[in-house]
Design a protein around this ligand. Structure first.
Ligand SMILES: *Cc1c(COP(=O)(O)O)cnc(C)c1O
Length: 377
């Protein structure tokens, strides 16, 4: 059994179109690996792709979120509203700036926060909201946008899963009332190997993030080339996107339409095949808007099914263990009944562009078998 589904052994996997290696080789031969014109070209191409005025590329999705929080001045004494149901990076960046995570529940149907859940958690200490665009699904905080703005609460979207998705008529990243953070990590919809980007609301956001990613040095490369020193104008870290990674991202971007088509095709194949199974609920993707990042089901006896499939070489995963139950975040834990319930049910099926229709059917057959044999106890 384990050898019949080779590509399904991995839960996620990058997909290369072939020109990435040559692009990286050219950068290596050119001998300039840091922030170069190629990084700037990557930023313009992403901006053009999304139809947004400006993009600031950084070294990871975590760096994007950290820079965004720093750029808008979130720090000690501030509360940041965040769903517990997210990758731990979303919470670690809140701790990195010395702020406190205020964990909230999600809608079990979408695994995303809703305007109501956010408003219920707002207090006088709330400085920011960090909605997570889970699985690629956009979160529309439109109904509470004015309320949040009046209270001076900043929205920073964790769109690590959602490159290419839309929110109504606009692309994710095209909301001028929110900063949006993308990850271009190894298994995200678009990969640079490692990388990320902040889509700023304003030119001020953009220059703040540009300075932060360059160790607090504000001058452009050409300005620095013309002076004898450099000026450190504020706090900053080494968060630039290397041209080696930008080269991978540029090659990937050339084929992004194919990425979207393939991801949707694999997801639809799963949806149709899963239709025949009882006891499995698919976490839905709205295709008009979403480039799917995960294929998640909710099943009873999840841990047994997980073990059964793993033992048969099928790369199932769990996105994610809830953060409010993690030891590192115990100080900020609270009762989140919906999160606790769905986090015991969610199972991520292998989902990436190497999967054939045959692979998908074999995974679904194995899942059906797992449901049957674990159901007896
Ligand atoms: C991947 C991911 C991040 C962090 O991005 P990196 O590029 O891995 O640093 C943040 N939030 C979510 C939801 C993610 O999936």
């Amino acid at each position: 059994m384990s050898l019949t589904v080779p590509d399904a052994r991995r839960n996620a996997s990058p997909y290369l179109y072939g020109r990435e290696a040559a692009s990286v080789a050219r950068v290596l031969e050119a001998g300039q690996y840091g922030h170069t014109d190629l990084t700037v070209e990557f930023e313009s191409r992403i901006a053009e792709h999304l139809g947004v005025p400006d993009v600031v590329a950084v070294s990871s999705g975590t760096a994007a979120l950290h820079s965004a929080l720093l750029a808008v001045g979130i720090g000690p004494g501030d509360d940041v509203i965040v769903p517990s149901m997210t990758f731990c990076a979303t919470v670690q960046v809140i701790r990195a700036v010395g702020a406190a995570p205020r964990f909230i529940d999600v809608d079990p149907a979408t695994l995303c926060v809703t305007p109501q859940l956010v408003m219920d958690a707002v207090t006088d200490d709330t400085a920011a909201v960090l909605p997570v665009l889970f699985g690629g699904r956009a979160v529309d905080l439109g109904p509470i946008r004015d309320d949040l703005a009046e209270r001076g609460i900043v929205v920073i979207e964790d769109a690590a899963h959602a490159f290419g998705s839309r929110c109504g008529p606009r692309p994710v990243g095209g909301d001028e009332t929110a900063l949006t953070c993308f990850s271009f990590g190894p298994v995200k919809n678009l990969t640079c190997g490692q990388g990320g980007a902040v889509i700023p609301r304003t030119p001020e956001d953009a220059s703040a993030v540009r300075r932060l990613r360059m160790l607090g040095v504000a001058q452009s490369r050409s300005e620095r080339a013309e002076t004898t020193g450099y000026r450190v104008e504020g706090f900053g870290l080494r968060y630039q996107l290397s041209s080696i990674n930008a080269a991978i991202g540029l090659a990937q971007l050339d084929h992004f339409d194919t990425t979207v088509r393939t991801r949707r095709h694999v997801w639809r194949t799963y949806r149709d095949a899963l239709d025949a199974l009882d006891g499995v609920m698919l976490v839905d993707v709205d295709f008009d808007r979403t480039v799917p990042h995960l294929c998640q089901v909710r099943v009873p006896r999840r841990d047994h099914i997980f073990a059964h499939l793993r033992a048969r070489g099928i790369g199932v995963g769990v996105h994610y263990p809830p953060n409010h139950l993690q030891p590192a975040f115990a100080r900020w834990t609270r009762d989140l009944p919906a999160t606790e319930r769905v986090s015991r049910e969610v199972l991520s099926l292998p989902f990436h562009q190497h999967l054939t229709e045959g692979d998908v059917h074999r995974v679904v057959t194995a899942l059906g078998h797992a449901l049957k044999v674990t159901g007896g106890s």
